[in-house]
Design a protein around this ligand. Structure first.
Ligand code: PM9
Length: 460
């Protein structure tokens, strides 16, 4: 790592993509047309796109060169073997099954491991993960520490599991009703908050005692590793690469959305150390994804992914990745914008309840705020609150998470510090007119993952 006080990107820009600016009138028309849902905006109407870090990464020259090495044979592509070896070498898992993206892996693993009436404890829910658990007949149980639900808590590892909560669940339902514990690294819905290795080791001990395996949602494992390096005693001199390997070694199975950490635009996989689970997944992958040597990805995509994995665990990459998030978060916090603390991995999460205290959760403050931030200056963000949380599968009522957030998400290697300054200015402008902002109501609510396609109108 270079000896310098401030971080800088360990790359320079070779090709640029022009951005389109719009007028206020155009943006007002666009958000209305999109039913006040930022997922339904056309990207041509967006200036700075901070909707997600999923599939929005800029690939390196090496990855683009890798695309040219794509072997598009139907079966046995050389890129598959390269990727398989990379997953084994960097992430420790023995068996690897490619999928088109993360939810393909979640679908297979949930169907293989969960029986009707099972409980799946996890360190907070994720939208697609919980849906696949429910579709397989399971019920998600939140066992993350209480601090994770408190935007003000400065706990350095808000992704930790509360072992007491887990023990209580085991006592209540019995270990045979718990097919696995699901652990996400850099917990997305908590604000990109890490789990510590100390907590993971203690969890491993407890689950092994009861014969319960651990599933690792490793979508942002390298980002989590950076926080361990910075915050956990004894890890400062270890590389992100070694920490990533250690995290993975403490778990049994994994699902990966390769569209995040590993610096590609599409792809995913399931990985496991269990031969039976692997055989089952090989049976399923040919039904739902594609042959077991491509799983929905082109050969060139697998090559770019194999290279992306090696780049994602470089310390200087991660330093600038998290450095940019901290830069944005600190500027927003300095301006008095209420955000989730500590600043997390892949974005800055605005506390919409505190930003818009005059709105009740029933008029969707985070959904409203994301729409307002877009109208202000064309910056696209995402709701992560009551809309994302969906409805309780038994009662049909909204799930009402304590966290009602707008995620200002940073694509990897895409935007500059100057873009971040414009984002901060725009959010401050919305903050200054916050009292005049009114809420939204549904005009259309889909059954599954409603946040993607729901439509709204302003309340009268
Ligand atoms: N995450 C994100 O923007 C994209 C879709 S949901 C808005 O954060 C985790 C922790 C994720 C994730 C996707 C998936 C699913 C699993 N786990 O999108 O299917 O953050 O590749 O992965 C999104 P896929």
């Amino acid at each position: 790592m270079p000896h310098q006080k401030s971080w800088a990107e360990p790359w320079k820009i070779k090709m640029v993509e022009h951005l389109r600016m719009t007028t206020q009138e155009e943006r007002e028309a666009a958000i209305k047309e999109a039913g006040y849902n930022t997922f339904l905006l056309k990207s041509d109407d967006v200036y700075i796109d901070l909707l997600t870090d999923s599939g929005t990464n800029a690939m390196s020259d090496r990855q683009w060169a890798g695309l040219m090495m794509g072997d598009e044979s139907y079966a046995g592509s050389r890129n598959f073997y390269h990727l398989e070896k990379t997953v084994q070498d960097y992430y420790s898992y023995k068996y690897f099954i490619p999928t088109h993206q993360g939810r393909g892996a979640e679908h297979m693993l949930s169907q293989i491991l969960i029986k009707d009436g099972d409980y799946i404890p996890g360190n907070m829910y994720f939208t697609t993960t919980r849906l696949h658990q429910e579709l397989a007949g399971g019920t998600f149980v939140d066992v993350i520490i209480d601090e994770a639900h408190d935007t003000e808590s400065e706990h350095p590892f808000k992704g930790n599991v509360d072992l007491k909560k887990l023990e209580n669940l085991i006592d209540k339902v019995g270990a045979d009703k718990i097919p696995y514990v699901c652990i996400a690294t850099a917990v997305n819905m908590a604000g990109g908050q890490p789990i510590s290795l100390g907590n993971l080791k203690a969890l491993r001990e407890l689950t092994q005692k009861h014969g319960i395996p651990i599933v690792h949602d490793m979508t942002r494992v390298a980002e989590n590793a950076w926080f361990i390096k910075m915050r956990e005693e004894g890890y400062l001199r270890k590389s992100v690469k070694d920490i990533v390997y250690e995290i993975c070694s403490l778990t049994d199975h994994a699902t990966m959305s390769a569209k995040k950490d590993p610096l590609v635009n599409i792809g995913g996989f399931m990985a496991t150390n269990d031969e039976d689970v692997y055989r089952n997944a090989q049976n399923m992958v040919v039904v739902y994804e594609g042959l077991h040597t491509y799983g929905g990805m082109a050969g060139r995509d697998m090559e770019a992914l194999a290279i992306g994995i090696t780049e994602s665990v470089q310390d200087d990459h991660m330093r600038s990745r998290i450095g940019q998030t901290l830069y944005l978060g600190n500027k927003l916090a300095d301006a008095g914008i209420p955000i989730v603390k500590p600043i997390g991995s892949h974005g800055v999460f605005i506390d919409a309840k505190k930003f818009l205290p005059h709105l009740t959760q029933d008029v969707f403050p985070a959904q409203t705020l994301a729409a307002e931030i877009y109208v202000q200056n064309g910056i696209r963000t995402m709701e992560r609150g009551i809309i994302s949380a969906g409805r309780n599968k038994e009662t049909g009522d909204h799930n009402r998470p304590n966290l009602e957030l707008v995620r200002v998400t940073l694509p990897r290697r895409v935007y500059t510090q100057a873009h971040m300054d414009v984002v901060v200015e725009s959010i401050i402008d919305v903050f200054e007119r916050r009292e005049s902002i009114k809420g939204l109501q549904f005009t259309y609510e889909p059954e599954y993952l409603r946040f993607f396609q729901a439509r709204f109108e302003p309340i009268s």
